[in-house]
Design a protein around this ligand. Structure first.
Ligand code: SF4
Length: 228
């Protein structure tokens, strides 16, 4: 793969950032792979809400409908009522039903395990074609459940990686994902993804970043520009 000088510089910075954040917050190891369909539905429920609310909605859904076939057979308005705590209940119920209906029609099986056998880009394309499923959700399923090299970009990863110059300052979320996938070693995707989120929550906050306490301020573009 041919690299521009900007990309080579970002690659070195990504490696240093990864080491520093690992020293600061610990190495994150994925203990086990979650079921891909569970992850997909959990991530749909997490859209536009907090982790606490989406976890509550997922638990309610699993409690009321222990099998995904129960959700498929259920009335959509009842599903929406069950996941109300996660917000946008009608929209999310519709997305969940659509995924399950498609799997039932197309595969005859309510499982996404078949994606594990596909090439990365084919699995990505299949997931992207689902109604209401965007790049972040796709990358989460690929990385967390299928062990494929995708770098999910949530709001924290997006903000922090642009501030520290691992991606272009004006890049979109999709572009940031591609940029990170090119400069980070795939075996480090999980660790860096989780530590960037932790850094975003603890130090590199959206409104008032705590740059004075930051372990990577010496290589941060945002910090060096604010010092001028
Ligand atoms: S120096 Fe400030 S803006 Fe840069 S990564 Fe650290 S907390 Fe974020």
């Amino acid at each position: 793969m041919r690299r521009s000088s900007v990309e080579t510089k970002r690659m070195k910075r990504a490696s240093l950032v990864n080491s520093r954040l690992t020293s600061e917050y610990g190495r994150k190891v994925q203990e086990y792979a979650y079921d891909p369909l569970d992850t997909l539905i959990e991530t749909i429920l997490s859209q536009n809400t907090s982790d606490v609310n989406s976890a509550r909605a997922f638990e309610s859904l699993r409690f009321r409908y222990p099998r995904w076939s129960d959700v498929l057979a259920a009335d959509q308005a009842e599903i929406a009522e069950t996941i109300r705590s996660g917000g946008l209940a009608e929209i999310k119920a519709d997305r969940i039903k659509s995924v399950l209906s498609l799997l039932s029609r197309q595969r005859g099986d309510l499982s996404l395990d078949f994606l594990g056998e596909m090439e990365l880009r084919d699995a990505e394309r299949w997931l992207t074609s689902l109604h209401g499923v965007g790049p972040k959700t796709v990358a989460i399923v690929l990385l967390f459940s299928l062990g494929k090299p995708a770098f999910p970009v949530d709001t924290h990863v997006f903000r922090v990686s642009r501030r520290i110059g691992l991606a272009g300052q004006k890049s979109s979320k999709e572009a940031v994902q591609r940029e990170l996938e090119r400069i980070v070693r795939p075996e480090e995707y999980y660790n860096l993804h989780v530590n960037l989120i932790e850094h975003g929550r603890r130090k590199c906050k959206a409104r008032a970043p705590r740059c004075g306490e930051c372990a990577i301020s010496d290589m941060c573009d945002f910090f060096s520009q604010s010092e001028k």
